[in-house]
Design a binder for this molecule. Structure first.
Ligand code: KIV
Ligand code: ZN
Length: 506
């Protein structure tokens, strides 16, 4: 039978330890609500004894969403920290006190300067105190993967007898190897289930050698009941285990892992973008599952294969994580098959006699621009006099734009055309992009919401090309548009228009 693997999100505790990612109370609440929508089982939302701000944020989250998800907060094995945790989470329906105490030789001897027995005593005292306040207590053996096994077990046995209900085995410094970590979890699980089968076994892996997900999945395979992770894998140093990777890894191989999670994977993409934007932490473009290129295909051979059948190169449908549909990125390596696919998607039927010449023009353009997006193809086809088919919708094109930044608020004016309809619109905004996007949205007049805007430089120097990604939501569906131009304002306008056109084509 498939067992449930509990998912514990620690984006707002371990993830928030990333330098510069600190959030204010309102932002923490917003992120917590978004993560709760994904239906994780448990959420760790702070270290309340670290500051008054953290305490208040944990308390506010417990009050706001503590009915939907278990709320955990972390502290050291001292009564003052445990009191702080208790006060901050007690409004939640399922509050969880999380205590951390080192178990490796270096922690015991060098950090605490205590004997191993004294450290166990400290842990037992803390667990007894915590369980006098709340029924659910998680004990983390910090640096467990570098701890001596019999000492690790001695500690686990003592804290379980003292009342710990979850034992968490962290690979704190990202030192573990999947095969070895799997064996460690197997040995602990074997003894733990004999000691008290109600106690949950959890893991928490860091990514210092890029093995956090592999170690976590090895632990699941070997009996772990619960996984700790963060959105986009953010966390201390090289980060934590990425929630999206573990959830999708288990869901792609349920028989192998003999388990499942109850996370709503359709919310992954939106949550990933939201966490990235709120914390100001970019997602690596090739990041598994949530990176910009995770469902983008650029090689000619791959594009051709995908167009014949998606499963040739696609192991999961982007929709399962709520991402926009897979993308064929046109480059100079794209074959005719891919180019013709995009022109058809945009509603054009190139007459057979013109195909070779237009494809050649496309290649020249692709050599100059690296990547070709819908607005480029539209311009190419319109300039070549190819008529759009009568049945496909007319698409928006940018004719020109102006920006005025002469004191006061910037003002943008855009001139757009769709078929015979030409629209001019002007708007002011708090910044140039705000003004530009305000003007475009007014001209288009559709009920869309901008949910992400990113700009990257594709090379160095002031002549560099700027790549812009804009993502919009309409009727609960996401559409992403990209554009590359040397003029980054123009690229910004085109990226938004490309997203709007994708929506019209849908
Ligand atoms: O990395 C670690 O050991 C931790 C613990 C608090 C679980 O973050
Ligand atoms: Zn950690």
């Amino acid at each position: 039978m498939s067992r449930k693997i509990y998912v514990f999100d620690t984006t707002l505790r371990d993830g928030e330890q990333v330098p510069g990612a600190k959030l204010n109370l309102a932002e923490k609440l917003e992120v917590a609500q978004q993560i709760a929508k994904m239906k994780v089982d448990m959420m760790e939302v702070g270290f309340p004894s670290s500051s008054q701000g953290d305490f208040e944020a944990v308390r506010a989250i417990s009050r706001k969403i503590g009915q939907d998800v278990w709320i955990a907060a972390l502290g050291r094995a001292v009564e003052a920290d445990i009191d702080c945790i208790y006060e901050s989470i007690r409004a939640a329906e399922n509050p969880l006190i999380h205590i951390v105490l080192g178990s490796s030789g270096v922690h015991v001897a060098k950090k605490f300067k205590k004997t191993p027995e004294q450290v166990i005593e400290m842990g037992v005292g803390a667990v007894k105190y915590a369980s006098s306040l709340l029924p659910q207590v998680q004990y983390s053996l910090e640096d467990a993967s570098r701890s001596e096994f019999e000492y690790l077990w001695q500690t686990i046995e003592a804290v379980v007898k003292a009342g710990a209900t979850i034992i968490n085995v962290p690979d704190t410094v990202g030192f573990a190897i999947p095969e070895e970590f799997g064996k460690l979890i197997y040995r602990i699980n074997d003894r733990l289930k004999n000691l008290d089968p109600r106690v949950m076994l959890s893991v928490h892996c860091h990514n210092d050698t890029g093995l956090a997900t592999a170690n976590t999945l090895a632990a699941v395979k070997n009996g772990a009941d619960k996984v700790e992770c963060t959105i986009n894998g953010i966390g201390e140093r090289a980060g934590n285990t990425a929630l999206e990777e573990v959830v999708m890894g288990i869901s792609l191989h349920p028989a192998y892992y003999g388990g499942h999670t109850t996370v709503d994977s359709k919310k992954i993409y939106e949550t990933s973008r939201m966490v990235s934007a709120t914390m100001g932490l970019d997602i690596q473009v090739n990041k598994a599952i949530t990176g910009e290129n995770a469902f983008a295909h650029s090689s000619g051979i791959h594009q051709d294969g995908l167009l014949k059948s998606k499963d040739v190169y696609e192991i999961m449908d982007p929709q399962t994580i709520g991402a926009p549909a897979m993308e064929i990125v046109l480059t100079a390596r794209s074959g005719r098959h891919a180019f013709m696919h995009v022109t058809k998607r945009l509603g054009f039927d190139i007459p057979e006699v013109s195909v070779a010449a237009i494809y050649q023009q496309f290649l020249t353009m692709a050599d100059a621009k690296k990547e070709i997006y819908d607005n480029d193809v539209l311009t190419l086809l319109k300039n070549s006099g190819v008529p759009s088919s009568a049945t496909s919708p007319e698409l928006w094109q940018l004719l020109d734009y102006q920006l005025q930044v002469t004191g006061g608020l910037p003002v943008a004016t855009v001139r757009l055309v769709k078929g015979e309809q030409e629209v001019v619109s002007s708007r002011s905004g708090s910044g140039v992009i705000d003004a530009l996007y305000g003007a475009i949205m007014e001209a288009i007049g559709a009920p869309i919401e901008l949910i992400d805007y990113r700009i990257n430089s594709l090379s160095r120097g002031k002549g560099s090309l700027g790549k812009v990604t804009a993502q919009i939501r309409c009727d609960d569906q996401l559409f992403s548009g990209k554009a590359i131009e040397q003029d980054v304002m123009r690229a910004s306008a085109l990226a938004l228009i490309n997203a709007v056109n994708k929506m019209l084509l849908k």
